[in-house]
Design a binder for this molecule. Sequence first.
Ligand code: NAP
Length: 235
Amino acid sequence: MVVTGAGSGIGRAVAEAHIRRGGEVFALARREAPLRALAALAPARVRWQGCDLTQPAAVEAAVRALAAWRPAIAGAIHCAGDFFARSIASTTPEEFTRMWQVNVYSKFLLTRALLPLLAAPAEAPPRAVIYTASLAAHHDFPDESAYASAMHAILGLARSQDAELCPRGIRVAVLSPGLVRTELTERSFPPEIMRSAMPPEKMAASALYQWEVIRTGGYIAELLHVHSEVRENES
Ligand SMILES: NC(=O)c1ccc[n+]([C@@H]2O[C@H](COP(=O)([O-])OP(=O)(O)OC[C@H]3O[C@@H](n4cnc5c(N)ncnc54)[C@H](OP(=O)(O)O)[C@@H]3O)[C@@H](O)[C@H]2O)c1
């Protein structure tokens, strides 16, 4: 399994849970120290590469390194991403572009590069590609239009790619977390908001459930998590 954003947060929890179940992980993110620490959990079953997933050449190099280790793979769980909350007026064009690059374009780049490794005979179990989007792909939150638009785009990317790749035995699905306690949210939200955050291990359990369903011939197009604060505001 390829896991992006595997050094922290949801990606780290997904990678760790898969390793603890005896699985193999090819871990990607920019910072190398957290990836090295992850690999120390099971050195024989983990490989990693420091990689900026918004850069086509870096993505191609990472996939070449992966192919040298495992020329065929079961799939990928994409957890790399970023977030900021800012009004329309205070979001610069560069920041808006960057938001889409890291959250949407990077997923296109990696899936495209992985296609040869995802190819398999018709009788092989389906391969799984899972994209992390967000509750913000469905809800409107003020000051989050750059982020929310990118999250909406991930749904479109996944649905269209699934329609295209399903006949080749590759299923593309989405995991949409609500608020999860990670580096990203700890630096973005005050403690009173973080009170309702879910642990990343819960998202890992969901991602791996979705993964298992796909690998055994079923399909969950999207798992959407709603954290308690949103429920309270709705009631
Ligand atoms: N936490 C939440 O409440 C929540 C809710 C809904 C959706 N999400 C989504 O879930 C995803 C993961 O978020 P998280 O909360 O787990 O945050 P996180 O702990 O900050 O993890 C994000 C990961 O992405 C990696 N990354 C960022 N930019 C990258 C790039 N250009 N190339 C390669 N790797 C990159 C980071 O590692 P490096 O910095 O080392 O590259 C980091 O490991 C994000 O897409 C986020 O939008 C999170």
